[in-house]
Write a protein that binds this ligand. Structure first.
Ligand code: TGC
Ligand code: FAD
Length: 390
């Protein structure tokens, strides 16, 4: 069956060029062939399907916008967004792996690293030979990462790193971690920590009800000796990790549309087939209200995100504009998942359909990369000039 009918109510395809459509269609085809058949079991088993790494690299999901000279796909921001949309149509956890690898590991090495670091790591990250993770959040500092306590001291020929990060996507299997830590003066820097360095461990976080097909863990640094050449030299301060988040949050704004489309598509089909009181439930006003509102919200999110992509291509998108799109689109998707689940009645709670998995996944997506509240407060700060979270 043609699983993925992507609604395009306002003919957005007319705004895409041939490259965008080609990239999108190959990602869509790959997700349908490789992700959809196995993802429900992976989520039920709480295992990240490691065998997908190769395919993710092949569709350009690792570093879509990183220049080709470093192994990236050299695509624009719209293509990047469309790849994220298609992957998240399959599963938010698989999209998380791509987001982290691209925007939270490759992006800081590309933007804040030196040429040796770029050459050493980026091609292997693009091909999936190396997998990375991003350590910003700590047990006591989630929404407020500037308070972090993870720190490093200059020991002459190396740095000595101590502290802990939690809720880190890909941590249990990552080969390298981009870790944010304070120097002796309290300034934040990025360090590349490699698996195998003594004192560095990555215990897995179990018992999640959300993002079960993604592997989450801690990063623990117990007197880890980090070579000096592993410090990212070209940017420091909280703005450095926040700059990576801009890129990841933008991808999530697109990704959420994919999850929402899959829920809408599933619910629409079901509503036409399911007969109660001698007629399809889709012929009732109550179910039509749900479906009509879903397609309206998806269409608004598509337009918002497309425009944001154009602004990013022109180098004009602000962090606050990205926050608005991340917040709006993830909230849109989670509300659609909840309504779609109801349209399927009891069937909606089973793994026969993808909706409940999307719904549970989106509970993480609405929390990570800045919570729903924090993004509202960023918009509030942008329009009033007052930082209410301080
Ligand atoms: P504040 O004083 O406002 O800013 C500190 C410095 O950073 C600059 N800045 C940014 N730079 C680039 N991009 C942005 N989005 C930026 N936002 C702020 C700012 O100009 C300033 O620069 P400078 O030169 O003056 O020092 O910082 P604050 O401590 O008041 O915090 C602001 C706040 C609350 C908005 C920020 O801390 C925040 O966004 N908190 C949320 C934390 C978060 O999103 N964590 C995500 C962790 S990673 C993750 O979840 C990965 S999930 C896996 C997946 O992606 O799939
Ligand atoms: P808190 O910051 O403690 O927030 C709790 C509640 O308080 C939230 O509702 C929040 O909105 C609210 N709140 C906080 N401050 C304010 C305020 N000033 N005003 C009003 N309300 C406020 N982090 C990484 O660094 N790397 C990763 O790869 C990563 N992957 C993740 C994967 C998963 C599955 C999850 C769940 C999280 C991941 N995170 C990662 C962490 C994520 O970014 C944090 O969970 C998130 O930033 C929120 O932090 P917290 O959980 O500590 O919540």
């Amino acid at each position: 069956p043609d699983l993925f009918q992507a609604p395009d109510y306002y003919l957005l395809d007319e705004l895409l060029n041939d490259e965008h459509k080609l990239v999108r269609d190959s990602a869509r085809e790959w997700v349908k062939r490789e992700v959809s058949p196995i993802i429900e079991d992976a989520a039920q088993d709480a295992k990240f399907p490691m065998h997908l790494i190769k395919g993710l690299a092949e569709i350009g999901a690792f570093g879509p916008y990183i220049p080709e000279e470093y192994g990236g796909a050299g695509l624009d921001q719209i293509s990047y967004g469309l790849i994220m949309q298609e992957i998240e149509r399959g599963d938010s956890g698989v999209r998380s792996t791509a987001s982290v690898q691209s925007s939270l590991v490759m992006y800081p090495i590309w933007k804040y690293g030196n040429e040796e670091q770029r050459k050493k790591y980026l091609p292997k990250l693009a091909s999936g030979e190396f997998m990375g993770c991003f350590g910003l959040t700590e047990p006591d500092f989630g929404s407020n990462p500037g308070g972090m306590v993870t720190n490093f001291k200059d020991k002459g020929d190396h740095y000595l790193l101590n502290g802990a990060k939690m809720w880190i996507s890909n941590a249990p299997f990552a080969d390298i971690a981009v870790v944010w830590a304070k120097d002796e003066s309290g300034r934040i820097h990025g360090l590349i920590v490699e698996r195998g360095m003594e004192g560095f461990t990555t215990p897995e976080t179990h018992n999640k009800w959300s993002l079960r097909a993604s592997s989450t863990g801690e990063l623990i640094f117990d007197n880890v000796k980090v070579p000096k050449e592993n410090l990212l030299p070209n940017k420091s301060g909280l703005g450095a990790p926040l700059g990576c988040l801009d890129s990841a949050r933008y991808g999530i704004a697109w990704g959420a549309i994919g999850a929402a489309m899959d829920c809408y598509d599933t619910a629409l089909r079901y509503s036409k087939e399911r007969i109660q009181f001698d007629k399809p439930i889709g012929a009732t006003q109550l179910q039509q209200k749900k479906l009509a509102e879903m397609i309206t919200e998806i269409t608004k999110a598509q337009l918002l995100t497309w425009r944001l992509g154009v602004l990013r291509n022109e180098g004009k998108a602000t962090s606050a504009q990205i926050s608005m799109a991340k917040r709006n689109n993830v909230n849109m998707a989670i509300e659609i998942a909840r309504e779609a689940r109801q349209i399927l009645g009891g069937m909606g709670i089973t793994g026969e359909y993808s909706i409940m998995r999307h719904m549970m996944n989106l509970e993480s997506v609405i929390t990570y990369e800045g919570t729903h509240d924090i993004h509202l407060l960023i918009t509030g700060m942008d329009v009033t000039g007052f930082a209410a979270f301080k």
